[in-house]
Unconditional design. Sequence first.
Length: 318
Amino acid sequence: METICDIIKKEAYNLGIRAGITTADELSEEKEKIKRCLKEGYIPENDRWSKEKIDSFCSPASFMREGKSIIMASLCYYEEDSMFSDEPYGEIALYTVRNNYKFLRKKLQKLVKFINKYIPGNFKIFVNGPLAEKPLAVRAGLGFYGKNSLLYTEEYGSRIILGGIITDLELPADKPLEQNKCSSCNICIENCPAGAIIKPYIIDRKRCFQYISGRKNAIITEEYKKLWGRRLYGCSTCQDICPQNKNIIPVKEVSPYGFIGFKIPLVPFLKLSEEEFRHMYKGNQISAGFVDFDALRRNAFLIMDNNVSSGLNVPEVP
């Protein structure tokens, strides 16, 4: 006989997501990890991780006081780059090509409506922000941590985003996965452009191109400039070279929201004011407040400079 948890997971699968269930207990280990990283300088001070923010991020009760269970969900975003450009362009990290967060939220809203038909309760959805999603997903049995600190799943590797539903319903929790397929592999650590993976599972954000690409005050050394490549926003090198991501099949259903393309022509981009940029890309997370427009402009000029250094013909920006 199917349990309510089986029914929830089956409906999640029908919606194109994978689900696991955990408790709404505090994430004490994650809280201590963040504090250690702050103390060791791996998280910049200007990220403003106050004690209150850390406590809130690692405490599901801060999001829903009466919450007892959390349904964690993953959505695969992997698709192949089909765009060609014969003009100077900047690359967008694959997870940002579309607004997959909005897509996942819509699916979670449908899942809540479905669950309410079987067992009424109070539900609250979270995606990309208020709670520490990766450790919750690990606890819910959705996957395991790779050495690049990303969550890996059996079916889609690390090409996923996460979200969840916290509820006052008390649901049986799933067990975390026992295996970790990274084993002795260190390819992500060895190939990180700036050596940001200090040791397994620990990232120095000050070196991480993903982090740096959206922060205007981040320090870009001469060495980093040479390694920057065509990154306009984001970096996925550690995922691109990971053996666990090699055989992922592109999804059939892509997000219909916020498509900005895999490549953005740089000359038109550099002519935009910040207001024009925020309006043009408002449906995508690249226009979110935490992404500095000046950082993107800096990245664009870095790409142009690298192209010039490579002997390519780059037009002037008026």
